[in-house]
Design a protein around this ligand. Structure first.
Ligand code: NAP
Ligand code: MG
Length: 399
């Protein structure tokens, strides 16, 4: 059998623990027999990040922007316990945070749906994608406890020393106070990422905030989205036959419950935090979610939404075969291959990635599943297999 050729490499970021093992298995069992894989390999495993003083993470991010497409394995974000476990020189930053800060992107998460695992919301027929703005608001707010009578004001000081003041509240007794911010540039790049993703994935885009109450802050989000849509995207949306609309966040929540899905829901930082957990829970499992970072310049980085599955890795180290779900990591690979195929005009590569996704879904629908899906899959017969056997069952559908 001749292998499918690639023309441009994609950036491959290897990771840690159980997902690093799964990474290798996916390549060996499901990809390399069929595709002449072209990747530029960056080892983001914690040991190598430490050896390179974390330079490898930034190198990988830079190269991702040059090549346009990356696929990333889950990685350990070190804490004090990991510093000791791996004898690290430093408590390195989260690689995801480093990559997001460099590429300036928005994270899109959507459930991987199979017919035998029904979402809790019966109206949902197609996946709902949440696009979460990942900058500012309460995540970088300044907060104060007010312990007694006082006047609270917002004060802006210009470089020339001139001041603008606005009353927040005249406190008669104890209470709490918070100041938060966002940036036009960040909101604009969030809007562009969402609109680019809507076009690429051919889905309607909803954006919701609370501008009726927050007449300046949330209204600014609404205005920037409207402006960017009108100036840069309206014509392309019309040509693609997709829609953009803004609505109030409470209206969006009510409509989402009645919708059949197949849309992108852009959320402010806090709304996205809350709603993505709601979406994951309503669909069963983090291992059945795709996650992709899309930068305003179109650079895309595909990853799994879950972590390195440490508990399974420790069992693996004891020689046990684990039944860890490889779907999210497999779909990170197929997402990246499809994007590469699209950019390079490789129809056979794109067809292969589609076929691989269908094979994986069909394997689960045939009742061959990993342990996490055992109680979720509504089937008469379910056979729980280890990760390797699951991937082999997927690959057997490709020959
Ligand atoms: P986790 O790796 O997502 O795993 C938490 C639990 O969820 C697992 O113990 C397992 O439950 C279940 N689970 C997650 N993925 C699964 C899969 N593919 N198949 C089956 N079960 C799965 O989260 P964590 O244990 O909190 O974090 C571990 C490490 O991952 C940490 O060092 C953290 O820094 C890192 N992390 C990385 C990323 C990333 O790179 N994107 C994201 C989050 C966390 P059971 O044990 O009950 O089976
Ligand atoms: Mg959360």
């Amino acid at each position: 059998m001749s292998k499918i050729r690639m023309t441009t490499p994609l950036v491959e970021m290897d990771g840690d623990e159980m997902t690093r093992i799964i990474w290798r298995q996916i390549k060996t069992i499901c990809l390399e027999p069929f595709v002449d894989l072209k990747t530029e390999y960056f080892d983001l495993g914690l040991k190598h990040r430490d050896e390179t003083e974390d330079k490898v993470t930034l190198d990988a991010a830079r190269r991702s922007r040059e090549l346009g497409v990356a696929v990333k394995c889950a990685t350990i974000t070190p804490n004090a316990q990991r510093v000791e476990e791996y004898q690290l020189k430093k408590m390195w930053k989260s690689p995801n945070a480093t990559i997001r800060a460099y590429l300036d992107g928005t994270v899109f998460r959507a459930p991987i749906m199979v017919s035998c695992i029904r979402p809790q919301v019966s109206a949902w027929q197609k996946p709902i994608t949440i696009a979460r703005h990942a900058y500012g608001d309460i995540y970088s707010a300044s907060e104060l406890l007010v312990d007694g009578p006082c006047r609270a004001e917002l004060v802006l000081t210009a470089p020339d020393g001139s001041e603008k003041r606005q009353l927040v509240h005249d406190f008669a007794g104890p209470g709490v106070l918070m100041g938060m911010h966002n940036l036009d540039d960040s909101i604009a790049s969030f809007a562009r990422s969402c609109m680019t993703f809507a076009l690429d994935s051919h889905q309607d885009l909803w954006f919701a905030a609370k501008d009726t109450i927050s007449k300046t802050y949330d209204h600014r989000f609404k205005d920037i989205f409207a402006e960017i849509y009108a100036q840069e995207f309206a014509a392309d949306f019309a040509a693609a036959g997709i829609a953009y609309f803004y609505t109030l966040i409470d209206d969006a929540v009510a409509r989402i419950m009645r919708s059949e899905g197949g849309l992108i829901w852009a959320c402010k930082n806090y709304d996205g935090d809350v709603m993505s957990d709601m979406l994951a829970a309503a669909n069963g499992s983090l291992a059945m979610m795709t996650s992709v970072l899309v930068a305003p310049d179109g650079t895309t980085e595909y990853e799994a939404a879950h972590g390195t599955v440490t508990r399974h890795y420790y069992r693996h180290l004891k020689g046990e075969k684990t039944s860890t779900n490889p779907m999210a990591t497999l779909f990170a690979w197929t997402g990246a291959l499809k994007r590469r195929a699209e950019l390079d005009g490789l129809t056979d590569l794109s067809a292969f990635a589609d076929k691989l996704e269908k094979a994986a879904l069909a394997t689960i629908e045939a009742g061959i599943v990993t342990g996490d899906l055992k109680s979720l899959a509504q089937l008469d017969q379910v056979k729980v297999v280890d990760t390797e056997a699951f991937l082999q069952a997927v690959a057997s559908r490709l020959y």
